[in-house]
Design a protein around this ligand. Structure first.
Ligand SMILES: *Cc1c(COP(=O)(O)O)cnc(C)c1O
Length: 368
């Protein structure tokens, strides 16, 4: 009767490490006996201004239709996106968060015979997905926390299928320039699909254009999300923009109703709410400047960021995890960078001015 459980499952899955998200407010409140309303969460790069009021209103008006399946083809949202981005309807695929598109790409292109290329401090989901599909993960050094695109090109071999470039990158907050991208695309071999993960694109002052490569029919997939600037992380809605051949094969790999009606409707409303986006960008800009000023005063090393979070060095050894734990006890949730092989560092998401000040107060209490 006794069966070793490990003999029942796929071995490469047994060996995986589950993704560790930012610590939820409710968990923290329960474990530490704190009032959830007093907890400040700056751990998952959410929009601390909240969702667009227009998106909330739209959802409320649609609640009574919850018994109906969503439009699996996402017609209205894909139409709105194709108009906004000036690409064809067929070039857009919706995902249950853009994370799902990363999984779909992996379904389609990864297996134990091939590899993917990404930076040393790239978004951890690329590695998790590579492992899930048994593909080899080729990690490329990123001096100064910036993607080294020429080194990434050099790492590509005949078995490479996917190369991931988050721009701006999470958790480093750095970006690559249009000139760097253009040189990269010029040299990219035909058998490799380039994935530009633009989860934080809307925060950029000088946005780059990679959609031109989609329009040219190159093998690229651009990932965007409603989880960050649009403030809809709970709804799980993101999208990929890809050349037709890539987009159509991704469509075959998804669940029939992978994105829900409320998320689709809220996304359309959020997309049109330019005021909310502008207010968020302003809050973020002020918050980034505030943290940089504080870190300078405190003599803390940090990585200048163009996104809605900032990487700061807490000290030596395991200082990042220690700072995370100490701040957690005082009701401020930040992110330890241990799982990113940056044990000395923490990542702080930009909040409202009041949240940022509370975070800094607790930070100073602990470090000084
Ligand atoms: C947050 C994030 C995503 C998107 O997450 P979803 O909520 O699944 O849309 C994708 N890539 C990076 C680099 C991110 O930081």
């Amino acid at each position: 009767m006794s069966q070793n459980f490990e003999q029942l499952c796929n071995l490469h899955v047994c060996d995986l490490v589950a993704y560790e998200p930012g610590k939820p407010i409710e968990d923290t409140a329960r474990e530490l006996g704190l009032d959830p309303d007093t907890i400040v969460k700056l751990a998952s790069n959410e929009n601390n201004l909240g969702p667009s009021a227009k998106a909330v209103e739209t959802i409320q008006s649609q609640l009574a239709d919850m018994h109906l399946y969503p439009d699996g083809g996402g017609y209205a949202l894909r139409t709105a996106l194709s108009e906004k981005l000036d690409v064809d309807f067929d070039q857009i695929i919706l995902g249950n968060g853009s994370n799902e598109i990363i999984e779909l790409l992996s379904h389609v292109f990864l297996n134990p015979q091939v590899n993917l290329v990404a930076s040393e401090h790239a978004f951890v989901v690329y590695r998790l997905m590579g492992n899930l599909f048994g593909a080899n993960y080729k990690k490329v050094a990123n001096p100064d926390f910036k993607h080294d695109l020429p080194a990434m090109l050099a790492a590509i071999d005949e078995n490479t299928r996917l190369v991931f470039i988050a721009n701006p990158n999470n958790p480093t907050g750095t970006d690559v320039t249009q000139a760097e991208i253009d040189a990269f695309m010029e040299a990219l071999p035909e058998h490799v699909i380039a994935i530009f993960d633009e989860a934080y694109y809307e925060f950029l002052d000088e946005p780059v254009d990679v959609l031109k490569y989609v329009r040219q029919g190159r093998k690229v997939c651009v990932l965007r999300t409603f989880s960050k600037i649009y403030g809809l992380a709970a709804l799980r809605i993101g999208y990929g923009v890809a050349s037709k051949e890539v987009a159509s094969i991704l469509q075959k790999a998804r669940q029939p109703f992978n994105t829900n009606s409320l998320a689709q409707a809220a996304a359309i409303a959020a997309l049109e709410d330019e005021e909310h986006v502008t207010a968020t960008r302003a809050m973020n800009k002020a918050g980034l400047a505030y943290y940089e000023q504080v870190f300078k005063e405190m003599n803390l090393e940090y990585v200048p960021s163009v996104a809605n979070f900032i990487l700061v060095k807490a000290g030596q050894g395991e200082a990042g995890q220690e700072l995370f734990e100490a701040m957690l006890k005082q009701g401020v949730i930040i992110r330890s960078m241990k799982s990113y092989a940056l044990p000395e560092w923490v990542r702080i998401s930009i909040g409202t001015q009041a949240q940022n000040e509370r975070c800094v107060e607790v930070l100073k209490n602990i470090l000084q």
